[in-house]
Ligand binder design. Structure first.
Ligand code: CO
Length: 204
């Protein structure tokens, strides 16, 4: 079963060792990533690959439409571990243009459980309806909603108590909002970086 994947894995491990004999031994003892990636589950947006980082360099949390909901125990567990234990220096909230989750949130079709998951995006859509309605094409409107969703999630992360406590005790930590283009393979930095309690205050 899945022999092709197992063969891929053996070839990959071999390449890694050929390039750096101690690669796996070093990682086995500890991980010390500087970055937490909060991204979409979409198969076209593979976290490590896009920013060309090795295993051990990126702590990753992915879900449908890259949400950071303050009541989600999975996301909160990842966030707390990343901030309190790993002491990552950067949290990257990474959306992508053409996100199916963002589309599904506002197309009015019923899909079941995921409609509840996507509820925060309908709130973003509602809060920014004036700006969004002024955009003439559906494609551009959708892409702007992808950006606005990332900005909202940056705000969620920056207002979280784990992050706020880290800033209060002087820990170096920044939260960034990026959107990845499936079309070009490039990241667009939305320039909404928050790196202190003061900046978080201004954002809200
Ligand atoms: Co997506």
């Amino acid at each position: 079963m899945l022999e092709d994947l197992k063969a891929n894995n053996r070839a990959w491990a071999k390449r890694k060792i050929a390039a750096d004999a101690g690669f796996f031994q070093r990682l086995e003892s500890q991980q010390a990533p500087k970055y937490l990636w909060i991204g979409c589950s979409d198969s076209r947006v593979p976290a490590n690959e896009i920013v060309d980082l090795d295993p051990g360099e990126l702590f990753v949390h992915r879900n449908v439409a890259n949400l950071a909901p303050p009541q989600d125990a999975n996301y909160l567990s990842v966030l707390q571990f990343a901030v309190d234990v790993l002491k990552v220096e950067h949290i990257l909230v990474v959306g992508h243009y053409g996100c199916g989750g963002v589309k599904a949130a506002v197309d009015g079709k019923r899909r079941g459980l995921v409609d509840h998951w996507l509820h925060p995006i309908r709130e973003v859509n509602h809060d920014h309806r004036q700006e969004l309605e002024s955009i003439s094409t559906g494609h551009e409107r959708h892409n702007r909603l992808c950006e606005l969703n990332v900005i909202r999630q940056v705000r969620n992360v920056a207002s979280d108590v784990f992050v706020q406590d880290a800033w209060a005790r002087g820990q170096t930590l920044s939260v960034h909002g990026w959107v990845y283009s499936l079309h070009t393979g490039l990241i667009n930095d939305l320039d909404v970086t928050v790196g202190s309690l003061d900046e978080a205050e201004r954002l809200v």
